[in-house]
Design a protein around this ligand. Structure first.
Ligand code: SF4
Ligand code: SF4
Length: 389
């Protein structure tokens, strides 16, 4: 299960395409955090990943995290808690960094590329403040990955952006700028599905030479998904069965993207709703309808097991809150899944050809899928090497 804790929707940055933050907002109290813990004690007995998201979650401050992490790790130890945080790092300091190190918390931050490009999209001064926080996190041995949001403007500089992350040895995850249900602020920046698909193909091609020097999380997940026939990030699984978000005031939503939207409120932690009660709410029924829609609409697609129709929020954004279509990035998903699937099958065919020849020569053989058995593509790695990383 994935529990997203949103300590505040406030954020000091002012990124041009952001729809998930406000300049002022309530900050979650320790009492609300305690209510979350008490609620989860009886909710579901399965491993939980807690992700602190926002807004800007570090605005909640050191005391909030010290209290939250101590209580979660001691009182919810039966749920084998794992943690993650998504932050712009502006408020990172030595105290917070050593606390996060103690709980082994991987950090996701946001940086769109070189300073000028980044600050054009995310506002003046952003780059420097984030890099300062990154240095502190690095000094404490924290694992930091950056999300680069590609807009319909920055996509024209994709080579320069990738080069920046490569040169600086920064681990990277990409994210397409998306339209939002909440505001139209991001519409002018949204990345077209075809451009997103081409970007993923470009990155895959680059990564086949560089998988030992940089971590490109999207490509890792996508290759692994095709190989294992199941999704590894929320976009490609039935998130409605396993993801919940808690807003600063303790209200529960199906995902952080719906926080502060009354139509998607499904309960309050202080009332300790059961899983069954949450699933009976209007919003969860709508998401279950989406799951059934995907089963029907995507049934002929060979990628259905590890795509699952993409993100329901993205689909609802363009369909006026009705279940009438899948994630509009379907085109991009097909492009990259088709390519990985094709390359993986070529690799397997090649491995089996080798195997046949070995069997003919003598009956003593082993099957190695990976570096030793790959078609000669001129690339250092195969998609199978990446899937098995
Ligand atoms: S609605 Fe989208 S972003 Fe939210 S959990 Fe589901 S797939 Fe992830
Ligand atoms: S790639 Fe498109 S058609 Fe295939 S499962 Fe995903 S959303 Fe459905």
């Amino acid at each position: 299960m994935h529990v997203m804790i949103i300590p505040t929707m406030g954020c000091p940055a002012n990124c041009s395409y952001c729809w998930s933050s406000e300049t002022t907002s309530l900050v979650m109290s320790q009492e609300t955090m305690d209510d979350i813990i008490d609620w989860l004690k009886e909710f579901k007995q399965e491993p939980v990943t807690f992700t602190f998201h926002g807004g800007e979650p570090l605005l909640a401050g050191y005391e909030f995290y010290e209290h939250a992490l101590k209580r979660i790790s001691t009182e919810l130890s039966q749920l084998y808690p794992a943690y993650a945080i998504q932050t712009n790092l502006w408020k990172m300091d030595d105290k917070l960094a050593s606390l996060f190190k103690k709980y082994n918390i991987p950090i996701g931050s946001s940086l769109d590329g070189p300073k000028e490009l980044n600050d054009t999209q995310r506002g003046p001064g952003y780059y420097e403040k984030t890099l300062n926080g990154y240095e502190i996190a690095k000094k404490h041995g924290l694992n930091v990955s950056f999300i680069s949001t590609f807009t319909n403007k920055s996509i024209k500089q994709k080579e320069e952006i990738f080069e920046f992350f490569k040169e600086n040895g920064l681990n990277l995850k990409i994210h397409p700028a998306l339209p939002s249900i909440k505001s139209h602020k991001s519409d002018n920046f949204a990345l077209e599905p075809k451009d997103y698909g081409e970007l993923l193909l470009y990155l895959l091609d680059q990564y086949l030479d560089l998988a030992d020097t940089i971590e490109l999380k999207n490509i890792d997940h996508l290759c692994k998904a095709v190989f294992m026939k199941t999704g590894f990030v929320c976009t490609y699984v039935d998130c409605m069965d396993s993801t919940f978000a808690i807003g600063p005031d303790g209200k529960i939503y199906p995902c952080y993207r719906f926080v502060d939207m009354p139509d998607y409120e499904i309960g309050h932690v202080s009332q300790k709703p059961t899983y069954e009660e949450l699933m009976q709410t209007k919003a969860e029924k709508l998401l279950q309808e989406y799951k059934e829609f995907v089963n029907e609409d995507c049934k002929e697609c060979k990628h259905i097991d590890y795509c699952r129709g993409g993100c329901p929020y993205n689909a609802l954004t363009i369909s006026d809150h009705k279940v009438t279509c899948v994630d509009p990035h379907c085109e991009a998903y097909k492009m990259i899944f088709d390519k990985i699937d094709e390359m993986m099958n070529q690799g397997l065919d090649f491995a089996f050809e080798e195997l046949d020849q070995t069997v003919e020569k003598d009956f003593n053989f082993t099957l190695n899928i990976g570096l030793e058995n790959q078609p000669k593509t001129g690339k250092k790695f195969t998609v199978m090497d990446i899937a098995l990383k």
